[in-house]
Design a protein around this ligand. Structure first.
Ligand code: KG4
Ligand code: ZN
Length: 337
């Protein structure tokens, strides 16, 4: 069955055609129109500009996705759209476009939770992957552990109390002069520095909890940078990137080990934009190898926001009969309310 997946929750407009069925999980097209260059001028995503840019791109990229897949709308088995969480104005563009298209073509419509979409990206890279498993979703807006009991049942078991890991990477990237979003550039720069050069507090909160907090490490890094600037001492940006990345990755790995113990899961899925981080990927690889845990990560090209992951998640919602009607609304909140 061909599913059209649509994503517009933040700063990427995406439409994709994914073929899903017994033993088939294949991406036929995955068009992503990124707005990053536009938002870069402001150092972050400007919601109103994002909504307008989605409106301009959505129709074009949808037809491009169908064309590249070599199908027409008549061949689709359903349309899946991100309905929550995200920027409300941005989400509404995708939701309204998908609703109109589903209505006019008489196609089933499915509302997808963006986080479930990130996790579903792993099904596309690992066609044999099945729940149950533990998922760590690390993105610009989320850093959470989920027990994934079935393709459609997620239970959040811990995560950050404040910022998301992506936000934390972007913030420090920005103050050391990287264009928005700094995550990927910081990842590369970290290879050139000493991970032990600067002592920073751990984002892993104490005890057996799965809680993390990124505000302390962010403030400590800012204080370090300000202190060095005030003293007129040179700052080695690569050391900052390496020390900061090291502490964040170490904390994520530590809490993931705890989450694996608590949930008794033998498979781990890493998902979300920050899942593209090469230091995190290799640290989790060694930890999982040591513990005999299967690690399933989406291909790096599928970690950021894209329509294919939404189509994959939507397929499983469709199988469960979780259809949306023309009354479907978008929501900024995690629980969709
Ligand atoms: O999942 P995503 O595309 O959007 C949200 O749903 O938030 O994640 C975007 C985040 C940004 O903060 C970006 O800097 C971060 O993912 N990111 C990275 C890397 N690539 C993207 N962070 C660290 N290392 C990377 N290689
Ligand atoms: Zn995302």
């Amino acid at each position: 069955m061909y599913i059209l997946g649509m994503e517009s929750s933040c700063d990427e407009t995406s439409a994709a055609v994914v073929e899903m069925g017994d033993g088939v999980r294949a991406i036929r097209s995955n068009i992503v129109a990124s707005q990053i260059e536009t938002h870069r001028l402001y150092g972050g995503v400007v919601p109103e500009i994002a909504s307008r840019a989605h409106i301009e791109a959505i129709s074009r990229i949808t037809y491009q996705a169908l064309e590249e897949a070599g199908i027409t709308a008549a061949d689709l088995g359903g349309i899946a759209v991100t309905a929550f969480p995200g920027l409300i104005g941005a989400l509404l563009v995708g939701v309204n476009f998908a609703k109109s298209m589903a209505y006019s073509r008489g196609l089933p419509l499915v509302a997808v939770n963006h986080i479930h979409g990130h996790v579903a990206a792993a099904y596309l890279t690992h066609p044999d992957l099945k729940p149950p498993f533990l998922a760590l979703v690390v993105s610009g807006g989320h850093t959470s552990f989920y027990r994934v009991d079935s393709y459609t049942d997620f239970c959040e078991i811990g995560g950050t109390r404040d910022d998301a890991a992506g936000e934390a990477f972007d913030k420090i990237g920005r103050v050391i002069g990287m264009p928005y979003p700094g995550g990927a550039a910081l990842d590369r720069l970290a290879y050139e520095g000493d991970p032990h050069a600067i002592v920073l507090p751990s984002p892993a909160l104490g005890g057996d909890s799965l809680d993390l907090s990124f505000s302390g490490i962010k403030t400590a890094t800012l204080n370090y940078l300000n202190g060095m600037r005030q003293k007129g001492e040179p700052i080695c940006e690569a050391d900052v990137a390496a020390s900061y990345t090291h502490r964040i990755v170490e904390a994520l790995v530590k809490k993931t080990e705890r989450a694996l113990e608590q949930s008794k899961m033998s498979t781990l899925v890493l998902a979300g934009g920050v899942a593209a981080n090469s230091h995190l990927r290799s640290a989790l690889e060694s930890m999982c190898q040591k513990r005999g845990v299967r690690l399933a990560m989406p291909d790096r090209s599928l970690c950021g926001d894209n329509g294919a992951m939404i189509a994959a998640a939507g397929y499983f919602e469709l199988l469960r009969g979780n259809l949306a009607g023309t009354a479907l609304n978008a929501s900024a909140n995690d629980d969709g309310l």
